[in-house]
Design a protein around this ligand. Sequence first.
Ligand code: PLP
Length: 217
Amino acid sequence: MSITKNLNQFIDKLPEQVQLVAVSKTKPIEDVQEAYDAGQRVFGENKIQEMTQKWEALPKDIQWHMIGHVQTNKVKYMIPFVSLIHSVDRLKLLKEIEKQAATHNHVIAILLQVKIAREETKYGMPIQEATDLLSGNDLEQYPHIRLKGLMGMASFTDKPEQVAAEFELLESLYLRFRESKNLSILSMGMSGDYESAIAHGSTMIRVGSAIFGARNY
Ligand SMILES: *Cc1c(COP(=O)(O)O)cnc(C)c1O
């Protein structure tokens, strides 16, 4: 199967309100170019250095989304071009993004990554901390950051009920603050669980292997 074919099949299945982020991490420039030629403009990467190299090499109308864990000392490299950071999971990172965005006179769009998986390995802000942050006015301290929504990853499990319950949890947090915080993006769902995510209100899915094939790490 070719990338173009996979992509077109995928897009045909998607409801109108759901945006596709094509996750190109570990894949070569040529693969991203093929997806670009097929019409895809939004790509997700999980390493800042790799994303920067691809941004330099590829057409400038691509929107680059950071979806992976971000080290604060690397934030500055992506500020000039990143279009959405999905993986903001701690105050220290918010502060660093604010500082670097102010330096560049940019406003950076972000999502709060919330920990919904029961597994211990996943990153994300604990749900109570996220609730507290969204309940108060603390985000006003970051004028160069625009919070657009929430992101979450479900457990890697073959129990569909557990995945559904985790997505439901994030959906309820999103719905609770959607109006007061003017949120418009609920980023959840990957190759293995996007159908469940969409059933629970996802507006943005992050799909890698179903488009580009399995990754060889
Ligand atoms: C790798 C990755 C994806 C895509 O995973 P696939 O299973 O290949 O679709 C989505 N979200 C995040 C945060 C990732 O790191």
